[in-house]
Write a protein of this length. Sequence first.
Length: 424
Amino acid sequence: MGRLLKGGQVVNPVTGSIASLDVLLEGNMVAAMGADLAHTDHEVIEVTGQYVLPGLIDPHVHLREPGQTHKETIATGTMAAAAGGFTQICCMPNTAPVTDEEQTVRYIREEAQRCGYATVHPIAAITTGLRGTELTDFAALRRAGAVGFSDDGRGVQSAAVMRQALLTAKALAAPIVVHAEDETLSAGGCVHAGEAAQRLGLRGIPSSAETVMIARDIILAEETGAHVHMCHVSPEEAVAAIRAGQGRGVRVTAEVTPHHLLLTDAELETWGALAKVNPPLRAERDRQACIRGLLDGTLSMIATDHAPHTEQDKARGIADAPFGFVGLETSFPLLFTAFVASGVMPLAELVRLMSTEPARVFGLRGGQIRVGEWADITVIDPRQTRVVNPAEFRSKGRNTPFAGRVLAGWPTLTIHAGRTVFAS
Ligand SMILES: [Zn+2]
């Protein structure tokens, strides 16, 4: 017996169109799409007035397992993904042990499969132990299922190591995923080097700490012909450097987070350590540059950079608390409310940024609902508004500076491989 999603508005981010279509699911596949499909012996799921999207895909998540399961586990992180409408996520290698060996890549994939909430694609470490010196075994990690390589959480300080990483990744057709941070410039900083840092008497991280490494890695990608993907871009100058690199034909793609699109360092005065993230929330002109970069295609996808921490971690004050926000359960409604409901971009474009483009860049299936393909589907309700309440999160992390916001566009149903993994 199939299941019929009846009466929804199906979003096609590839054509940019939205159409009234029923979607028939059989097993783990999409079996048929059409207006008013017959429903004699199917289970009917009524979704009139709601939007039916391809499952969202997040290229940048910290699942904390193995090693820091008090902050998050693969089970709780993928449950949070499902609640946020994500059916596939890429996870970062700054685990304990670091994801720098095949067995850890395999463990993460298998544990995610066992949990069944979302497909997890590990991004393996560039260097062993994230120490920045010795390359990991890229070929073996790729065979084990790594979709890219990154030392995320730290920048690769040596240009020579990065150049070798780019050459090795190119031979395997995998992207190098760059956390851009020159530690000689960021050292000791905890927030953006701007007005809020001055007022609060905090040590700043200048924009140049990020931009110089982005510029360096664009030059190295140009020289090697490798594909470099820039994580969580935040300063105006970095957006300009990426735009210029793309203009010269360099294989450089980039992601931006909801918090860098929606918040500035002014939040530190309200939220304290709950507004501490790396790269830091920056100035209004940086935020505006990120929005322009998103609208002109320089920054071609959204990444949550979901980074769960405990309440005690975040209670240590701005200088000492760890960096990061949770994001899986709030990102879609945040951007739907800020950009789609307000008319800045069409819904199909937001879905392209949050599904189709990450699928294309990381070589994943999905990104479009099609007959004969895997049934990864997210249904969202444009009319239902709800307050962000961290106490309700599936994630173990509650650390978000978006608590209390009233948002629209919440997921009501997430289907992963034909199975309902979230329903509100
Ligand atoms: Zn990072």
